[in-house]
Design a protein around this ligand. Structure first.
Ligand SMILES: Nc1nc2c(ncn2[C@@H]2O[C@H](COP(=O)(O)OP(=O)(O)OP(=O)(O)O)[C@@H](O)[C@H]2O)c(=O)[nH]1
Ligand SMILES: [Mg+2]
Length: 349
């Protein structure tokens, strides 16, 4: 595991989780009120603390839990002689480590190319000022070739993803013909979707404390109560994820968009503020995918170790809610009834 110095704006717990999932051990944390400094993202005082931390801990990377402009990234790396990762690059690093199916690898590749493209303009500007190593003396021809190369690679990846998407569509049609209703598990990363999925379907999908354990969709038939459902486990959400990353994972997330019901899994262990922030970020992301509240049921998960968060989320007494534990199985039947009601048709869990 590489050592990292972490720069955060909030309490930093999630950022630390992200670092761990990307394979970095945080050796020192610096708190900043904002990333508004022009040249470095941080002010002079922050830069001084970073200089000190960098020379004391000699980290492999310095990680910013925020977005840096390419110019700021370059200035920091030059000044501190250490590799700099911002939040987007960190999440991409996790995706790269975790992507195991060919579709999730393609989706990760697409997100990386979009990241590169967004920075291409700034890189070219720096290059023309002779400030970007490896880009010295690049002429117009070189710049065009650089853009074209990224564009071509994006095109190729998109074409392959589209093919996988058509395959999925065929599967969906077959399910519809068979009269099978579909349920997708959605929610913040690490809320416990895969654990609940395993509990409901008797499967053994990967589940673990790292963030983004699941990157591709798994769908299984589950016989619950009297009827059949197709249940899908999906990639987790995270706040402050740029639209292009959601877009890159669209083919996986489409499974959610087409589901008859979506189970929004909530981690009841979160403190009230974090719980509310994550919940609204999930509801927003689902809305962007075309899923309204009328299609949702709520699994207030980890009831074996945490109190009921429904009041704090404005869900008190809501029939769509069930307190559940993916670990013990408690409440799963109640959840099934709520889901069946949301999905319509006979209640069969
Ligand atoms: N105590 C307790 N722990 C749980 C429960 N459900 C999940 N966990 C733990 O929470 C962590 C995350 O669980 P996962 O099922 O991998 O979560 P996920 O939502 O699929 O996460 P990603 O795939 O990373 O988005 C694991 O360490 C689980 O053991 C539960 O009901 N009770
Ligand atoms: Mg998972």
């Amino acid at each position: 595991m590489g050592g990292a110095v972490l720069v955060v704006q909030g309490d930093g717990e999630e950022a630390e989780g992200l670092c761990g999932s990307a394979g970095y051990r945080v050796v020192h944390t610096i708190r900043q009120r904002s990333l508004r400094g022009q040249k470095y993202g941080i002010g002079e005082g922050g830069l001084e603390s970073l200089r000190e931390a960098a020379s004391r801990h000699r980290p492999d990377v310095i990680i910013f839990d925020g977005m840096l402009k390419p110019g700021q990234n370059y200035n920091l790396a030059t000044e501190l002689k250490t590799e700099i990762l911002d939040r987007e690059a960190l999440i991409l690093a996790i995706f790269e480590r975790r992507a195991s199916s060919s579709e999730s690898r393609l989706q990760t590749k697409l997100a990386q190319l979009r990241y590169e493209m967004a920075r291409a303009r700034e890189k070219v500007r720096l290059a023309s000022q002779g400030e970007q190593p490896g880009f010295m003396g690049i002429g117009k021809f070189g710049v065009d070739a650089y853009y074209d190369d990224i564009r071509h690679r994006m095109h190729a990846v998109r074409a392959r993803l589209a093919k996988a998407g058509r395959q999925r569509e065929l599967h969906r049609q077959a399910r519809r013909r068979a009269g099978l209703r579909t349920v997708s598990l959605a929610g913040y990363t690490s809320a416990g979707k895969s654990t609940l999925f395993n509990r409901i379907t008797g499967e053994e999908a990967d589940a673990g404390p790292e963030l983004f354990t699941t990157l591709s969709t798994t769908t299984r038939r589950a016989r619950l109560g009297g009827g059949q459902f197709l249940v899908s486990d999906t990639v987790g959400f995270i706040s402050r994820l740029p639209a292009y990353m959601i877009d890159a994972f669209r083919s996986t997330l489409e499974e959610i968009a087409h589901a008859d019901a979506v189970i929004l899994v909530v981690d009841s262990r979160d403190a009230p503020d974090a719980a509310r922030a994550k919940f609204s970020s999930c509801v927003r992301t689902l809305a962007e995918l075309g899923v309204g509240r009328e299609r949702m049921a709520y699994a207030l998960n980890k009831s074996d170790v945490a109190p009921d968060p429904s009041a704090c989320l404005g869900l008190e007494g809501d029939w769509r809610c069930a307190r559940v534990s993916g670990v013990t199985g408690e409440g799963v039947e109640d959840l099934g009834r709520a889901v069946a009601r949301v999905a319509g048709g006979p209640s069969c869990w």
